[in-house]
Design a protein around this ligand. Structure first.
Ligand code: 5GP
Ligand code: MG
Length: 177
């Protein structure tokens, strides 16, 4: 494992995002919607740092399936979605890679009648973007490498790491802990 962003750097980035989000949603009816499963750690930290009244909900989206890091078809399960009609929504995800997940989530949200929808991600792989959309709040731009930790997984492992790291080739080729 190589550390890309250590625990302190991640904390500083999340603090900065929380400050920007607090400033942007003054006097709004904020609902933060975390994208499961990767956003759980960011969601838990962010909602305690954003100094505003808010509602919190989740939606499930998944695209990485099976034993590889190759992207499968996107599946969104909105059964858990809170009522966002007339709310100012902030969608929170772990990482903006090609951007396709965020675009599909936004088109789902728009159908539910919110007042506004903005997006926040801890990480963005700028070079990989395939869509005409950028997140409104970004923790860090990172190179085009597969990362784990702070919510991000490889085969559901490593989500609990307090830092963001990249896997060694032997860690990608073997069954994770
Ligand atoms: P996108 O639709 O933007 O290409 O992909 C977004 C989703 O893909 C993220 O929510 C995340 O689940 C997954 N993803 C993209 N890049 C990475 C990565 O480097 N590591 C991990 N663990 N997941 C990633
Ligand atoms: Mg995800």
């Amino acid at each position: 494992m190589n550390v890309l962003l250590d625990e302190q750097e991640v904390r500083q980035g999340v603090n900065r995002m929380a400050g920007d989000i607090t400033a942007a949603f003054q006097d709004k009816s904020l609902t933060i919607v975390g994208v499961l499963t990767g956003s759980v750690v960011l969601l838990a930290d962010l909602i305690r740092l954003v100094d505003l009244p808010m509602r919190v909900g989740v939606v499930h989206a998944s695209s990485y399936r099976g034993a590889t890091t190759i992207r499968g078809p996107l599946v969104i399960n909105s059964d858990l979605m809170p009522d966002i009609s007339d709310r100012d929504v902030l969608v929170v995800d772990d990482i903006f890679d090609t951007g396709n997940t965020m675009v599909e989530l936004l088109s789902l949200m728009e159908k539910l009648g919110p007042s506004s929808v903005k997006t926040a991600v801890l990480l963005r792989k700028k070079a990989r973007c395939e869509v005409d959309l950028q997140p409104d709040f970004i923790g860090f731009d990172i190179p085009n490498e597969f990362v784990v930790g702070y919510g991000l997984d490889y085969q559901d492992a490593y989500r609990n790491l307090p830092f963001v790291g990249t896997l060694e080739p032997d860690e990608i080729n073997s069954t994770p802990p």
